[in-house]
Design a protein around this ligand. Sequence first.
Ligand code: T4K
Length: 370
Amino acid sequence: MAKPLYVAQPLLPALSDFHTLLGEIWHSKALTNEGPFHQRLEAEIGKYLDVPTSLLFNNGTIALLAALKLYDLQPGSEVITTPLTFAATAHSISWNGLVPVFVDVLPENLTLDPKSVEKAITNKTSAIMAVHVYGSVCELEALQEIATRNNLRLLYDAAHAFGVTVKGRSIASFGDASIFSFHATKLFNTFEGGLVATPKETDKASLRCLRNFGIKNEEEVVSIGINGKMNELQAAIGLLNLPLIEEEKRLRSNLRKKYNEVLGHLPGITIQQPQDGVSSSEQYYPLIIDEGAFGRSRDEIYGALKEHSIFSRKYFHPICTDFSPYKNWKVTSTRPSPYVNTVKSRVLCLPFHSGVLDEHFEKISKVFVG
Ligand code: T4K
């Protein structure tokens, strides 16, 4: 049996470098609560993302929870989001006592469809939570215009979009807040980790407080916070991984070109399209497989790859409205039938990382072109 190839492979620093930092942790005995590595990593990422507020969290889901909490949205109010995402997006809304309202995605880039968003707005809507799914950037201007006109908060789940720029501007500077994930499967990982970035310096104190149980000082607890702190082991990995991501991105970008050359012209296969002025996050390599035009279904390709021990993933199928907590909830769309219900059985993410070797690439190509 061949060694398995997975959809993701975590970036890891040299073990000896990690040992050195472990030695410093053992020496200082600072394990958590904004220790020295945490402070250094937070400062470095703040610079990298080029935003005034950029706070580390222990994972992306807690970062989502805290970001939503920041705005004191009316309990029970509605937050418009996409069903084509990881469960954490919808769950973070529900855990805040808010109601996720699902709307359709655009066929061009699978992000939230602004016209469907508009259609879903009611007098109970308090926010929009859009997702830069697979690193494809949402319709930033249209969503901001809708949010401003309707007095709604606009948050971006940017778990797949770390380091993306739009015409030179950091993705983290759009909307009210952007949330990143530094999970093991992400381009930049801290084993588990996350971050909330906002374009406002004034958010920093409240978010910091929310991250630390709502504690303002030794005698005052001023908000219903959570334990969202990243520990020193995670921060040490982050400090060592951050300088490695440009090389990993370069290798992934080469792999993307190779995949595109083989798959980009096949009838019935749609590859992720570059967006004007947008730098790639190099997070995922999603495909849309139209069985009618290609001759084989997404599930057949998934199975054929598996026979070679190549584990692609059907992210994000099932979609949120297939999960039991949101089962059969409505998906608002301007189309007669939501596009998301068609595309969910067509999307497939291929292994996309520097561990995909020529021999893997040959096998994957053969599965598609025979
Ligand atoms: N918003 C969005 C849009 C997200 O996609 C996510 C997370 C979040 C929010 C929440 O952020 P976090 O709270 O997770 O920071 C994975 C990840 O667990 C999850 O972080 C990610 N999105 C989601 C898309 O994928 P699974 O269930 O697919 O992971 P798993 O364990 O099957 O991993 C996939 C493959 O990666 C494995 O087959 C092998 C490889 N792998 C994985 C891990 C965990 C490794 O080689 N080493 C590892 O340690 O969810």
